[in-house]
Design a protein around this ligand. Structure first.
Ligand SMILES: Cc1ncc(COP(=O)(O)O)c(C=O)c1O
Length: 521
């Protein structure tokens, strides 16, 4: 008889990762001043936080939380529906509705349960939901907890979205749901096209602004504001755990729809409400977000500097376009090694591996705060150069950090023509933001070309090894198809070597054969 705990007892990967010192997660932080934290007695520069505006440590935010704690105690001890609503919750919801330009707003205890509660309450049998493949896990959970028909479109692929919309029954209720800023890749949803498609096919649109609120748009209302599509977005979701420096989430939209969610969402009705301190902190942060656009602008200069620096060094930062700057590594073990070395050299970044990203697409997620200093950022650039070279993530002829730092300059400099978060135009070409000179951009493109090729090769090897490790064996012909699709001009010898590697790994694991198609169903 199978033991439901069997998988846990037999789980070797965790033990191996810990034994080799490559386990990067659940690190307890002893102290923090935001941009620098102390872990195990060692100070490290934090480039892995979503505290984009640094507000979790702002004196006014802390004071508001402390006052609420004093007045209401530590917990509301019940659900919003019954005894868990404070005057503070109502005040926050009214202010957020005004801020977001929507009829009504509703706060949940976390961003995760905001998506979970909203989607599971809204989607019923015969409703269709169209969701980007890279949407946050909480969106996926919300859809899974509903009776709606789930259609996933390829990441930011508008043709794929349109195909799915066109194939859905004309009479079905339709909702398109997407992250605004994608949390791991840091790129933006193509909201202008999505808004057109929503109108063409009579759908509704929900945008998760977890990483956009407070950060993007002239007034900090997020990507929808940044791209000028606010009126086309029916439901805006946000979370307080990022730029608001607190905990909790919000959904805003038409009054009747929010009332429905308020009374139907299980995550509202059966979950204890946001703590008084969290609500008060979110209220104080909202005030600062509205009053101090200079924080957003500084954050923009920081993100701009770091993205430019990484690209000049030869790293691939994908199509990222905000304060999340991923460095694509590809190979998972290489990603862990680089993480460990960075950590030991005083830099706290986040290694992101499958299932958070697709196999072969592991990345080092870096994210920035308006409170980072030039000195801290330059140290991060230096370590990424030194260690990227050591672990062969960077090309041998990558420039040295000192040259790159000189080129990207200081965040305190006035950068003529530098784009700001308030910028109206959205750039999707992934070519940087254009205040570098032509020469440095051409150089960066050259490095990126090589990095792309290297990434494809790693991608291939890791995909093969991953399949083998998971006992999934494609036939040689299928493997050839996968390789050719990924590398186009790859030689036959490489295909053979890749296949041999896979066979060896599979044999070593005593794996059984399994078809490629089976895996992809
Ligand atoms: C896009 C997105 N949506 C929702 C959430 C959930 O928010 P929270 O962590 O505040 O519950 C996150 C947080 O990681 C996120 O990145």
């Amino acid at each position: 008889m199978a033991d439901v705990f069997g998988k846990a007892f037999e789980w070797r990967e965790l033990k191996v990762a810990r034994a080799t010192g490559l386990y990067p997660y659940f690190k307890p932080i002893d102290r923090t001043d935001g941009t620098e934290v102390v872990v195990g007695g060692q100070p490290v520069i934090m480039v892995g936080s979503n505290n984009y505006l640094g507000l979790s440590l702002h004196p006014k935010v802390k004071e508001a939380a402390a006052k609420a704690l004093e007045r209401y105690g530590t917990s509301c001890s019940g659900s919003r529906l019954l005894n868990g609503t404070l005057d503070l919750h109502v005040e926050l919801e009214e202010k957020l509705a005004r801020f977001l330009g929507k009829e009504m707003a509703l706060c949940f205890s976390t961003g995760f349960t905001t998506n979970l509660g909203t989607l599971s309450a809204l989607l019923e049998r015969r409703d269709y939901v169209f969701s980007d493949r890279l949407n946050h896990a909480s969106i996926l959970e919300g859809i899974r907890g509903s009776f709606g028909e789930h259609k996933r479109y390829r990441h930011n692929d508008m043709a794929d979205l349109e195909r799915l919309l066109a194939n859905a029954p004309a009479e079905a209720g339709k909702l398109i749901v997407t992250d605004g800023v994608f949390s791991m890749e840091g790129d933006f949803a193509d909201l202008r096209v999505i808004a057109e498609l929503k109108k063409k096919y009579g759908a509704r649109l929900m945008v998760d602004e977890a990483h956009g609120l407070g950060v993007l748009g002239a007034h900090g209302r997020g990507l929808c504001e940044h791209l000028g599509v606010e009126d086309d977005v029916d439901l805006v979701m946000g979370t307080f755990s990022k730029s608001f420096g607190s905990l909790g989430g919000v959904i805003a939209g038409p009054k009747e729809v929010i009332e429905w969610i308020k009374h139907k969402a299980r995550a509202m009705v059966f979950q204890a409400s946001m703590t008084p301190a969290s609500v008060a902190a979110a209220l104080a942060s909202l005030e600062i977000i509205e009053a101090e656009p200079e924080r957003r602008e500084r954050l923009w200069r920081i993100a701009h500097k770091m993205r430019n620096a990484f690209r000049l060094l030869g790293y691939d930062t994908g199509n990222s376009d905000g304060p999340v700057v991923p460095v694509h590594i590809g190979d998972q073990i290489k990603c862990f090694r680089l993480w460990k070395a960075l950590y030991e050299h005083g830099v706290f970044a986040n290694p992101v591996i499958p299932p958070a990203v697709e196999p072969g697409h592991s990345l080092m997620r870096t994210s920035y705060m308006a409170t980072h200093t030039d000195e801290q950022l330059n140290r991060v650039i230096e370590q990424f150069e030194l260690l990227g070279r050591k672990f062969k993530v960077l090309p041998e002829d990558a420039p040295v950090a000192a040259d790159v730092i000189a080129q990207v300059g200081s965040i305190e400099d006035e950068q003529e023509g530098a784009p700001r978060f308030a910028a109206a135009e959205h750039r999707t070409n992934g070519n940087g933001h254009g205040n570098g000179n032509g020469r440095s951009r051409a150089k960066a493109d050259g490095y990126r070309g090589r990095a792309d090729l290297a990434r494809k090769v790693f991608d291939l090897v890791e995909t093969a090894t991953w399949r083998a490790a998971n006992f999934q064996m494609p036939t040689r012909e299928q493997m050839r198809g996968v390789v050719q699709e990924r590398l186009g001009d790859v030689t036959g010898a490489m295909i053979e070597r890749g296949y041999k590697l896979m066979e060896l790994a599979n044999r070593a694991r005593g794996g059984r054969k399994m078809s490629y198609d089976e895996e992809h169903e």
